[in-house]
Design a protein around this ligand. Sequence first.
Ligand code: DGL
Length: 263
Amino acid sequence: MDTCHLPVGFFDSGLGGISVLRETVARMPQESYLYYGDSLHAPYGVRRTEEVEALACAAAEHLIARGVKAIVVACNTATSAAIGTLRRTWPELPFIGTEPAVKPAVERHPGGRILVLATPMTVKEEKFRRLKAQYEDQAEIIPIACGGLMEFVEQGLLRGPEVEAYLFDRLDPYLKVPVSAVVLGCTHYPFLRGAIRRIVGRSPEIIDGGAGVAQQLQRVLAGRGLLLPEGPPGRVEFENSLGGPEILALSRELLAYRDEQID
Ligand code: DGL
């Protein structure tokens, strides 16, 4: 098979990257996708950087062994810990990373007050500190580490009192002063958009980076002559390090999930 017809590989610490996958499938339905969720080792966001680097390399190795033409690191945490190592280890293969959508948030809300929800690792890594430093003269950027939040999505719990109690505890202290935008800096969080909206109220814009990653993937594939022309829909295949049919069924449900939100 020529490289062009290979699937695009995705990986994440679990199911969060499916929020990026659904944007990508919507943008390039003719492509095939192989999604590897490393739910066995989730969460990544509270581990040491070297551990996440090793897990990211293992996930990439798995996808490469299955045959992929590019890899989307559909995880902000793994991107901040490992994107450099991945690119150095496999220089021929395009890797597309994910980072909190601070740039679009600042462009749309200059001078605004912007909350960035992400994992503890993402907010403390150098990559995010540099991103924040780049924009903090243009807006007030407030990172909020949300350890424990991705677990709700891994359990398929996307709304309800438990999720909202967590979000209220974490976000309420920041909501006394008006907020312009909330950046979802972890790929699990778009699945909690409806619950987040209920806590932050109607006015802040809720921004996630999924569509930007899909656009970047399209650019990279086109640039390397790897983009399939428009045609019939490709295949979407899921694999998960946890094994068992339940996690794969939840993966497919999340791919089809559309939130009942008041955006
Ligand atoms: N989905 C991941 C991210 O985008 C992280 C969740 C975790 O493993 O802590 O950061």
